[in-house]
Design a protein around this ligand. Structure first.
Ligand SMILES: [Fe+2]
Ligand SMILES: [Fe+2]
Length: 176
């Protein structure tokens, strides 16, 4: 049985994942406004992943008989002063999400809830990838700087990102 505390933390995390989708949709819109459709595509894929993250938690709560309580999703940042600002915002947000996942993992260890702890391991692993991707984008952009050709090259590269739905084999630990 899931404790009230862990149930509350997971419900909070669902809203954080939806907020992530909302934030990345906002960053996608910023890049669309710059006609950088490759950057926009990268963020559009990210939006879909974030919705998947929220739904994995939603489904987990349903399966273990927890109560799903959806919370308010705050308005995301809409003004970005530069590409660097948008990419930095992304990295900082992912670092925030990682800390938040770690808090739930910590609580699951304290309560000796091995089931949710196992479920959360997929997210621990996913956050490693999310932070690495966000950092990679930022670092590449810092090399390119304000060189127009470099930005267009990076835009072409980011245009190739394809959304891959999370499969059940990838998320074995998310099956309660
Ligand atoms: Fe996420
Ligand atoms: Fe991801």
């Amino acid at each position: 049985m899931l404790s009230e505390k862990l149930q509350e933390m997971l419900n909070e995390q669902i809203s954080k994942e939806f907020y992530s989708a909302y934030l990345y949709l906002s960053i996608e819109a910023y890049f669309l406004s710059l006609n950088l459709n490759g950057f926009a595509n990268w963020f559009h894929v990210q939006v879909q992943e974030e919705k998947d993250h929220a739904m994995l938690m939603y489904n987990y709560l349903a399966k273990v008989g927890g109560r799903i309580i959806l919370k308010e999703i705050a308005a995301p940042k809409v003004e970005f002063v530069s590409i660097e600002d948008a990419l930095k915002t992304t990295l900082e947000h992912e670092q925030f999400v990682t800390r938040s996942i770690y808090d739930i993992v910590d609580a699951s260890i304290l309560e000796r809830d091995h089931k949710i702890n196992y479920f959360l391991q997929w997210f621990v692993n996913e956050q490693t990838e999310e932070e690495a991707n966000a950092e990679n984008n930022l670092k590449k952009f810092m090399i390119v700087g304000n060189d127009g050709k470099g930005i267009l090259m990076m835009d072409s590269e980011l245009a190739t990102r394809v959304y891959v739905p999370i499969t059940s084999t990838q998320t074995q630990s998310t099956q309660p």
